[in-house]
Design a protein around this ligand. Structure first.
Ligand SMILES: C[S@@+](CC[C@H](N)C(=O)[O-])C[C@H]1O[C@@H](n2cnc3c(N)ncnc32)[C@H](O)[C@@H]1O
Length: 328
């Protein structure tokens, strides 16, 4: 039967699938089709394709009805919310009893889940790691795939958010071969690895020694170790990169402003800075812009190229990104 589908390159499939799933836009009744290097993600007929974003291509094609798979909602009788990170399924339930019921249904379903975890704390501390209640399985290490890259990580030890896949892709899409790419808070490498795959010379720094170890492993795993230098350090203590960076990523919202002095020191004469922030929705960009100007002017001319809303973070709080050109 003919169904409206989002068509995308196969390597982008999982990230786009997650984005559509978060919107509740996927059809649960039809099979996903992979054909000639492309993937077709069937849409729920109730969804207006116009609302999905202009970067997605929607086509009509024939797909099979899904017959045999059992989803958690088939077992529970309601649709639980969860996200997938490799073979780990993450839920966010305050009620422990409900969490265990959902975890059990996930285990019994056909989802490829080895481990089910419930969030047990907010993201905490300098290393931005969360605590988890492990409800099914025991292994919190997995390999997550995103836009053609594979990331090995342990969610008990490092920060990683699959929800930022589209944002990372937006940033990395403008990276050019030979560019000097500096990620000041690199984690396991979700910006660094795809940037290196595009031919950039990359430096990634992180305070978390486990994250840096995974960053090195991920560089190997993705075949870009020659273009990735990883440092375990407080990025303010890193030397040898004065005036080096053509592009700097600062994904440490809440406190990135404290690191702008170091960022300006790393910047080349012409440098693009991707500055992440979390601010009230009444003025999400103002504080970041003021902090960048205070750190970089008058040595650099500061041009705000994009004011980008990444996602809603909490009621009345937005996670935003300022793409800023610094020109000496
Ligand atoms: C929000 S996470 C972002 C990680 C990665 N860029 C990503 O998108 O998944 C912030 C990272 O900054 C690291 N970090 C915190 N303070 C730091 C510092 N002073 N110097 C270097 N890294 C730091 C944390 O360990 C954490 O891995």
């Amino acid at each position: 039967m003919s169904v409206r589908c989002v068509r995308t390159a196969r390597e982008n499939g999982e990230a786009i699938r997650q984005r559509l799933a978060e919107r509740g836009a996927l059809s649960g009744d039809h099979e996903i089709v992979v054909e000639d290097g492309e993937i077709y993600l069937p849409l729920d007929p109730a969804v207006d394709p116009e609302t999905l974003g202009s970067d997605l291509e929607v086509v009509e094609r024939s797909v099979d009805r899904r017959e045999t798979q059992t989803f958690p909602e088939d077992i529970l009788g309601f649709e639980p919310s969860y996200e997938r990170l490799g073979e780990i399924v993450i839920i966010d339930e305050d009620d422990g009893e409900r969490a265990r019921t959902i975890a059990e249904a996930i285990r019994e379903s056909d989802l490829p889940a080895r481990t089910v975890v419930n969030r047990a704390s907010p993201i905490e501390g300098e290393l931005r790691v969360r605590r988890w209640d492990v409800l099914v399985g025991e292994d919190t290490e997995t390999v997550h795939r995103e836009y053609g890259c594979a990331f090995e990580l342990d969610i008990a030890d490092v920060y990683f958010s699959p929800r930022l896949a589209t944002e990372r892709h937006r940033v990395v899409d403008s990276v050019g071969a030979g560019e000097h790419f500096f990620d000041m808070f690199a984690g396991v490498g979700p910006f660094v690895i795809p940037a290196a795959k595009r031919g950039a010379d990359c430096v990634g720094v992180d305070l978390n020694p486990v994250a840096v170890e995974y960053l090195r492993r991920n560089a190997e795993r993705n075949g870009v170790a020659e273009r990735v230098t990883a440092h375990h350090a407080d990025v303010r203590e890193v030397s040898g990169y004065d005036g080096w960076a053509d592009r700097i990523v600062m994904n440490l919202p809440h406190s990135a402003d404290e690191f702008l002095g170091a960022a300006v020191g790393f910047a080349a004469d012409d440098c693009v800075l991707h500055y992440y922030d979390i601010q009230p929705d009444t003025d999400p960009f103002g504080p970041g812009e003021a902090a960048i100007r205070a750190a970089a002017e008058p040595e650099y001319e500061v041009t705000i190229e994009t004011r980008h809303e990444v996602r809603s973070y909490a009621p009345h709080e937005l996670n935003v990104c300022l793409d800023v050109r610094l020109t000496r």
